[in-house]
Structure formats: structure tokens, C-alpha cells
Design a protein. Sequence first.
Length: 99
Amino acid sequence: MSAITPLTIQVHPFDARGIGKRFRHAAIFGALEALRPGEAMRFVNDHDPLPLLGQLRERYGDQVSIEYRQREPGAIVIDFAVTGVAGDEGGCGCGSGGC
């Protein structure tokens, strides 16, 4: 009987607090589109980005998983991971080579 090894996911930090508000969503989408299956973006922010989460679900559907790591006022940490369900080329099919 063989042991099952858990999958290792490479996590890339993304601190939105240092990005100008008018550039944040574009930067987040760009970062997500650079991810490949087996990679995640650990998003840090000072507020819960509920409108952004709705946009991500609408744009990527099941191709990007969203998992809160910390959800306290002033301290939000969310992992966005590419699930790899989009196709053979990797990512979530929204860009060239990435998510």
C-alpha cells in the first residue's frame, strides 16, 4: 500500500495595501492571470474585498478557488489558487500561459 503525498502549492505573496486604489483590481487580475496550476496568490488587504470577490467569481468561475486564511477587521488574508480546470495549456484560460 502506498502513502498519499499531499500536493504542494507554491504561494506568491500579494499585498494590496501598498497599491493605489485605482490600480488594485487591474493589478490583482494581472497577478492572477500569471498564475499556473499548482500556484496560489496570498492576498493581504486592510478590508474585506467583497465586490472584488464577486468580480473574480464572475470572471473565472471555478478556475480560481478563493479561501480565507484570516478574516478580521483590518486584517484580511485570502488565498486565490488556480484549479487548472480550464484546459491543457495551464492556468485558467484567461491569458496566455497563466490564469
